[in-house]
Write a protein of this length. Sequence first.
Length: 196
Amino acid sequence: MQSQEVSRARSTSSTKAKAKRKGRGKERIRWGLKPLHPQYIIGFIDGEGSFSVSIYYDEKMKDKIFIRPVLEIELRADDRKILERIQRTLRCGIIFECKYERYGWYPHMKYRINRFDEVTGILIPFLEKYPLQAKKAEVFKYFKKIVQKRMKGEHLTKKGVREIIELRRKIRALGKKHPSKTARVRENRLLSGVRR
């Protein structure tokens, strides 16, 4: 196993308990909001969505290796309502605030689906029924293969972990902002959060 690809993780039980106490999670869905058309959400994921897969090694866990597939959509905080309507339509995921004051950026909100039952039972069937149209369609193909490998328990074998790491590498390669490995493209912003 490639040790540099697998990182140690803290137990998530305390994080889940805190999230429940704060009222985050399914119970925070604003049911009164009007659902969005599924094709609108597909376009949004094509443009603003981000698929990722974390691989953790945790001695405290029964299976030791933990694979977490995640879909995230991050927007400025003044666009929170659209994230709430996406959450309402999909009936899953959480929304939380990202603070970027140290960069001089406006506050952001992030919508995240990372519970495995929601990924397998809601997100993947939704994206199979309403396929992505842009480059993210290929990313989703690798993402789905990783999820299937975890469902089959292949993440518990060295071969399975190697295959998952390779699929994750393909996801990351498709998400690169610049084809050059040496070039660094950086977006400059003023303290006001406005690009210059």
